[in-house]
Write a protein that binds this ligand. Structure first.
Ligand SMILES: O[B-]1(O)OCc2ccccc21
Ligand SMILES: [Zn+2]
Length: 262
């Protein structure tokens, strides 16, 4: 039976997504390459602020395509403000994209540099009622992207997520994940690039204000290996490593990328 569900394999991967999700061929798609020479420093760009309630964290799950932590977004409990945004956006979930080896895995590429992984913290604009409504609006969603690079010093703050991974090894597994403030995953610097783009996964809606942090966080080889030990299949199916769940670069099509820094 043909795999109708989208994924990252040859028969259901990024080159096929447009067959079921026409937005995938839009002119504001993500990810893109950030070329410093084309970036415009915008001194009017404000700092961004995350005020997250650790009690909002609920569960962690393996959906066969990524590892996702879900938060209570039923009110303005954990919010992102400032930067290029107007108003408070509610934190809904975070997830990651990573490679099969340390030399690739991020979705956005910076001056030709690919990182081992990219963390997405997904927030939505409550003025649009709910997440589904926000997807249809150009100012509906804000995603903070954090790059992960492999070094010697493991990011202790990543430990919490990676320890839970043993409970969600296979697709469909979900485990409680409480008392977690994801702002501990942010790097020291608040410098960022921002541009308007899309989901990097179907439905590829062009509703995202991207806030990409300039400074990567460092994780250890063992931490990356744990991420790669997730299976994209269910517990009664053969183990198939969940890796390379990143979308290739999309055309910039004249969009301006602004930097908060010089
Ligand atoms: O496309 B993504 O992986 O990046 C932004 C986003 C938001 C919600 C689900 C999936 C994604
Ligand atoms: Zn993502």
């Amino acid at each position: 039976m043909a795999q109708s569900v989208w994924g990252y394999d040859s028969e259901n991967g990024p080159e096929h997504w447009h067959e079921n999700y026409p937005m995938a061929k839009g002119d504001k798609q993500s990810p893109i390459e950030i070329n410093s020479k084309d970036v415009r420093h915008d001194s009017s760009l404000a700092s961004w602020y995350a005020s997250y309630d650790p009690g909002a964290a609920k569960t962690i799950l393996n959906n066969g395509r990524t590892c996702r932590v879900v938060f209570d977004d039923s009110f303005d409990r954990s919010v992102l403000r400032g930067g290029p945004l107007t108003g408070a956006y509610r934190l809904r979930q975070l997830h990651l994209h990573w490679g099969s080896t340390d030399d690739h895995g991020s979705e956005h590429v910076i001056d030709g540099v690919k990182y081992a992984a990219e963390l997405h913290l997904v927030h939505w604009n409550p003025k649009h009622g709910n997440f589904a409504g926000a997807l249809k609006q150009p100012d509906g969603v804000a995603v903070v992207g954090v790059f992960l690079k492999v070094g010697k010093t493991p990011k202790p703050e990543m430990k919490r997520i990676l320890e839970e991974i043993d409970k969600i090894k296979t697709k469909g597994k979900e485990a409680p994940f409480q008392h977690f403030d994801p702002s501990i995953l942010f790097p020291k610097s608040r410098d960022y690039w921002t541009y308007h783009g899309s989901f990097t996964t179907p439905p590829c809606e062009e509703c995202i204000t991207w806030i990409l942090l300039r400074e990567p966080i460092e994780v250890s080889p063992d931490q990356m290996a744990r991420l790669r030990s997730l299976s994209k299949n269910g517990e009664n199916e053969p183990m198939c490593p969940l890796v390379d769940n990143w979308r290739p670069l999309q055309p910039v099509k004249g969009r301006i990328v602004r930097a908060s820094f010089k």
